[in-house]
Design a protein around this ligand. Structure first.
Ligand code: C2E
Ligand code: MG
Ligand code: MG
Length: 729
């Protein structure tokens, strides 16, 4: 390099420096260009040189760039020790320079001369030569602008390097996360075609990337979700850019599994859709574990019945329901009478089998929503819900279940080829809402159970003595009623029905039980009981027979010949499979005119099974018998089904008639019923007519048939006939 061409050299160096963006190539290229333009053969650069402070005159530096010497290049990136003087000042004399350079580990040993070019505030460039260069230009000074420029470039490149190495780090990190993630990751393009999946995806689904790339993730659909589910999901993704939830997917091997999935929409800066990224994990293990934990926590492992804890929860709920609805619930505390003996003599295995079988039988004794729980040992609890709001009725319902349980558990058990017998003692407590505490209810049921044991086992006891007495009285009554038919204690009374001119048109047959001690018992005291026990079926047949026999007897007298006779039919009776046959049989047997027989049904009896009712009514009407809807307006009649029933008459319930002249609501209801009857082409009769005002009110509004104390109370047939004769006379 000569004086005259220094400018192009500086220009070249500055262009070189300016075109680099990273420190390492910047230093190397700068060194290369320097060597090219000077007569030096090798060189190196150390940045961030520390001050020379060591005793041995050495300084530890970092070799950041080296060019032209293999050994030096081999030390690149390392920390090396150099004489302090070499770095800090320039020796002028040749022998001095050679001595300093002998410290370097170099290929071309020994270098004889060097040139030190300081980079301001940054480091130092050292150029090496085997012989002292011929020109002795003041290179340090001439290159000053280049070195200043280099200092700035190093600063910028360092920042740039830091930035890009940061990016690279992040990219590496993300890739690492993607590859090693425990969750499956699926990336799809905007058309929902899979463009990337990670190894966890393959592990979970069984599909390799090749098998899924380009396909829609729906290929994994399990078929467990409807179209609606996915539409809602996509609506959410489109609206919020995100959706998260549980989905059942299908693996390559066909297995369906639950996963928790997280779908994110990725947009570019302008907001247009680029990708969907979804992450999901297989939660089948977790679900299984949860189910197992739940099972262990809340169920008895031997019988699979709810344990005490779950029972308490269910009872809490039942208390809440009772508070809301006013309905009763009941707790039945059941203990096996000779379990300990079986367990001790036949072994635990037999004992366990017995308990499992008891659990199975208990389950068959309750309705869907009721709870059967095992408290431990041979103690079981049955919790009943939705019993009647009237406590006597609820007690009867609970008693019925308890009796059924006693029967079922008393059947022989066949365990390990041996027959065993056991009986239960059952304690019963009713509850309604939070009137008593949960603990009290269980304690009382337990007490009642011990009373059952003391009463001789295989027994049922209510905790409440009044209730127990009522149940016992009821049981006695039921027993007596069983014999009432045989003992001819049942009779029919007859209540007259009249038209607007008070002319008799018919009668209603009303059942009476003449009890040897208690005298005449009204149906309200024994009909519900006989319905529960099923006795109403045979009683009902007796009533029909007696009524038809009466109709037959009336045929001989012109006074009674044309009277119709209404007979009440209960739900249990109506829904018996052979009810139509029974009616037909009685008609044939007595040979009465069927048109004189009128069957009264209640709305609740009809509603129990509307289709069955309609079919039976049609068949019976074909025989010539007619139908009346009793207690009309007290049930939940809807016009819908009323229209479909082949009725002849509706009977306005006495509860509306009672206040008809004083209560505008009742008056309105009665008028509506009359209008409806007219519209449907039905006769209308009012029952419970006690005053002339009521009769007149009804008559004026289009009801022209009446029954009630105003015309006659229900009475034995002799009195009834006498009354007829008297009125005619
Ligand atoms: P029901 O069929 O609605 O019978 C009318 C009830 O109202 C009868 O009560 C009758 O004595 C009463 N009654 C009649 N006129 C008046 C009145 O002017 N004022 C008042 N306050 N009451 C009046 P009973 O005889 O005690 O019968 C009660 C219910 O027992 C009957 O209601 C019916 O549902 C049922 N029942 C009666 N006999 C039989 C039967 O043979 N079989 C069936 N399954 N149920 C029957
Ligand atoms: Mg009736
Ligand atoms: Mg009635």
């Amino acid at each position: 390099m000569g004086h005259d061409n220094i400018l192009p050299v500086l220009y070249d160096l500055i262009v070189t420096i300016g075109s680099e963006i990273s420190v390492k190539p910047l230093l190397t290229r700068t060194l290369q260009r320097l060597l090219y333009h000077t007569s030096f053969s090798a060189g190196f650069i150390c940045l961030d040189v520390p001050p020379c402070s060591r005793d041995d005159g050495q300084v530890e530096v970092h070799l950041d760039a080296a060019v032209g010497d293999f050994d030096l290049i081999g030390e690149l990136g390392k920390q090396i020790f150099l004489p302090c003087e070499l770095i800090c000042k320039t020796a002028e004399r040749e022998d001095e320079q050679a001595a300093l350079l002998s410290a370097l580990r170099c290929t071309q040993t020994p270098y004889k001369a060097y040139l030190k070019l300081p980079i301001p505030n940054c480091g130092v460039i050292v150029l090496l030569a085997a012989t002292i260069p011929a020109t002795r230009l003041p290179l340090t000074t001439m290159l000053q602008p280049v070195l200043a420029h280099l200092a700035k470039a190093i600063l910028l490149c360092r920042r740039n390097d830091a930035y890009t190495s940061g990016l690279a780090l992040r990219r590496d990190l993300l890739e690492e996360v993607f590859e090693s993630s425990y969750s499956a990751v699926t990336i799809t393009d905007s058309e929902s075609n899979i463009i990337e999946v990670n190894p966890a995806f393959t592990r979970i689904t069984g599909y390799t990337p090749e098998e899924v790339l380009g396909r829609n993730p729906q290929m994994m659909a399990s078929g467990r979700h409807g179209q609606d589910f996915f539409e809602e999901m996509w609506d959410t993704i489109r609206a919020e850019g995100h959706w998260e939830g549980e989905i059942w997917n299908r693996r390559k091997n066909g297995e369906v599994f639950p996963c928790w999935i997280n779908i994110n929409q990725v947009n570019d800066k302008a907001g247009s859709l680029l990708y969907y990224v979804s992450m999901f994990s297989d939660i089948s293990k977790r679900k299984e574990a949860e189910a197992q934990i739940h099972q262990l926590e809340f169920y008895d492992p031997l019988t699979q019945l709810p344990n005490r804890r779950l029972l308490m929860e269910r009872l809490q709920q039942a208390f809440a329901v009772g508070s809301r609805t006013g309905q009763h619930g009941a707790v039945l505390f059941i203990d096996l009478d000779n379990f300990k003996a079986i367990n001790d003599t036949k072994g635990h295995e037999t004992g366990d089998l017995l308990l499992a079988e008891v659990a199975k039988r208990l389950r068959t004794c309750v309705r869907e929503g009721d709870t059967v729980a095992r408290l431990g040992g041979d103690e079981f609890v049955v919790a009943l819900e939705y019993l009647n709001a009237i406590s006597d009725e609820a007690a009867a319902q609970a008693d019925l279940v308890a009796e059924n349980i006693r029967d079922v558990l008393s059947q022989p058990y066949n365990l390990m080829n041996h027959t065993h017998h056991t009986t239960p003692s059952i304690g019963v407590v009713l509850f309604r809402g939070h009137q008593q505490s949960l603990d009290d209810v269980l304690k009382h049921a337990d007490t009642a159970m011990y009373q059952a044991k003391t009463a001789g086992r295989n027994a049922i006891r209510f905790y409440d003595p009044v209730m127990q007495a009522a149940i016992e009285a009821r049981a006695d009554l039921e027993e007596e009623l069983r014999h009432a038919l045989d003992k001819k204690q049942l009779q029919l009374h007859y209540q007259i029905q009249v038209d607007s001119l008070r002319r008799p048109i018919g009668a209603e047959a009303l059942l009476r039980w003449t009890h040897p001690e208690r005298g005449s018992i009204l149906p309200e005291h024994f009909v519900p009981l006989s319905e529960e026990s099923g006795m109403i079926v045979s009683i009902g047949i007796w009533v029909l027979n007696a009524a038809c026999a009466q109709l037959k007897a009336w045929q001989h007298d012109p006074l009674t010949r044309d009277l119709t006779l209404a007979v009440n039919v209960s739900a249990k009776q109506l829904h018996k499979a052979d009810f139509v046959l029974q009616v037909q049989h009685i008609l044939l047997k007595t040979g009465i005119r069927p048109a004189l027989l009128k069957l009264e049904l209640t709305e609740s009896a009809v509603l129990e099974d509307v289709e069955d009712t309609i079919n039976k009514m049609r068949e019976i009407k074909l025989l010539g018998v007619s139908f009346s809807m009793d207690d009309f307006g007290t049930g939940y009649s809807s016009l819908q089904y009323l229209k479909r029933l082949p009725l002849d008459q509706v009977k306005i319930d006495q509860s509306f008639v009672r206040d008809i002249t004083t209560d505008p609501n009742d008056a309105a209801i009665v008028q509506t019923v009359i209008a409806m009857g007219e519209a449907l082409g039905l006769d209308v009769i009012a029952e419970g007519v006690e005053t002339e005002a009521q009769r007149e009110f009804l008559d004026l509004r289009g009801c022209h048939a009446f029954q009630g104390f105003l015309f006659g109370r229900p009475m034995p047939v002799e009195e009834f006939e006498a009354m007829l004769r008297a009125s005619r006379g």
